[in-house]
Design a protein around this ligand. Structure first.
Ligand code: ADP
Ligand code: MG
Length: 375
């Protein structure tokens, strides 16, 4: 009996060894494949990702949900669960802008079901030669600009430290020579330099933030709350300009799967452009409504409008018609919309005002619904 037990334990150990060998062989094969392979559970939690998936999607140790990495993936999975196999296309903006074709293979959608995802980079096939050149030109320009901005940051730090030092010495001098006009004058100049350095620092910080590839921190969110918050920060400026804002929301508006902070940045940029287009005052009408797939928010202004030439260059970085403009607002708007799997439409003409409409995928077809519907 003891000998038989010994045999079966030895057998099990042999089998175990063979299985681990096979597993490591499989992993080697998966890691050599130039397609991204990701296995997830039905809540989107990543169970396995081969190395190419790590590079393509920029998966880090803290990334657990495929739904956060691929906007619109949750809806694709629930479709796949109904019709078994599904082929979808996704556009990602992090770590690089890419078009991906995805094959979704559900294994079992009962409780604890999983699905495999095979992703291929189809950017080259999808973009026309012209678009590809444009996109490559844009990315090298952005790299150069962010490099320069970064380099400016270092001497700026050193200037800041020396200004603080000068200020400390001046304070000591002022104690020794109370009421001295000359010392007071120098102190004022140093203070102005310090505040200008902080301003420059925040310009560079924002600039780098705008240019860095963005990874949105997605969650179910009400798209109107960040709008209300943005309008509040613009309140005084709107009043000064004589611009009135009307907000019409089709209630109840469904939630979107989005990063609320990025939404605020998006609204701010759209509203600011509208305000700058109406230097003699005017109206901004915000409308929010939903269809089966998208929540659409439009911003209509009664400003100067955009001519044909402007429309064709609108999303080009550094395109601006303003003397103090930086021409990055529309680039940021487009990047935010893309990062959410959304769409942007602009309707305009000279003296006709401009309507910018952004659409975000609704959050209603989340995997939770699928679980509830599962038998
Ligand atoms: P900036 O605001 O710094 O010029 P943007 O990228 O935000 O850069 O906008 C680029 C250009 O697009 C603007 O200079 C302007 O000519 C045009 N534009 C954008 N939004 C509007 C608008 N609502 N009305 C009129 N022109 C606009
Ligand atoms: Mg702008």
């Amino acid at each position: 009996m003891a000998a038989a037990d010994g045999d079966s334990i030895a057998n099990l150990l042999r089998k175990n060894k063979r299985l681990s060998r096979e597993l490591s062989r499989m992993e080697t094969v998966f890691n050599a494949i130039r397609s991204a392979i990701v296995v997830c559970d039905c809540a989107g939690e990543i169970i396995f990702a081969n190395s190419y998936a790590g590079d393509l999607l920029g998966i880090g140790a803290a990334d657990v949900s495929i739904f956060k990495l691929l906007p619109g993936m949750d809806a694709a999975v629930s479709d796949a669960a109904r019709g078994s196999y599904a082929l979808r296309e996704f556009e990602i903006s992090y770590p690089e802008r890419k078009m991906l074709s995805a094959q979704i293979i559900p294994f079992d959608f009962g409780d604890g079901g999983t699905f495999a995802l095979i992703l291929n980079d189809v950017t080259r096939e999808k973009l026309s030669t012209e678009e590809r050149i444009e996109s490559e030109k844009l990315s090298s320009l952005l790299n150069l600009a962010s490099g320069v901005a970064h380099e400016i940051g270092n001497p700026l730090n050193s200037i800041n430290i020396h200004l603080q030092l000068a200020m400390r010495r001046l304070k000591k001098l002022a104690e020794k020579l109370p009421g001295d006009g000359f010392v007071e004058g120098v102190r004022e100049s140093v203070e102005i330099c310090s505040s200008e350095v902080s301003r420059l620092d925040s310009i560079i910080e924002n600039f780098l933030k705008a240019l860095r590839p963005m990874r949105p921190d997605m969650a179910d969110c009400d798209p109107i709350k960040p709008l209300a918050e943005t309008l509040k920060t613009l309140d005084a400026e709107l009043e000064n300009l004589g611009v009135s804002v009307a907000v019409n929301v089709d209630a109840p508006l469904p939630t979107v799967y989005a990063d609320a902070n990025l939404l605020k940045q998006l609204y701010f940029n759209i509203l600011h452009n509208a305000m700058e287009a109406m230097d003699a005052g005017g109206d901004i009408t915000v409308r929010a409504l939903a269809d089966d797939d998208f929540v659409k928010i439009s911003f209509a202004d009664t400003g100067c409008g955009i001519d044909e030439d402007g429309m064709s260059k609108l999303f080009q970085p550094y395109y601006t018609t303003k003397t103090d403009g930086h021409g990055l607002g529309m680039t940021i708007i487009q990047a935010i919309v893309r990062a959410h799997g959304g769409k942007i439409d602009v309707e305009s003409g000279p003296d006709r005002g401009t309507t910018v409409t952004v659409s975000f995928p609704r959050a209603h077809r989340r995997i939770r619904t699928l679980r509830q519907n599962a038998p």
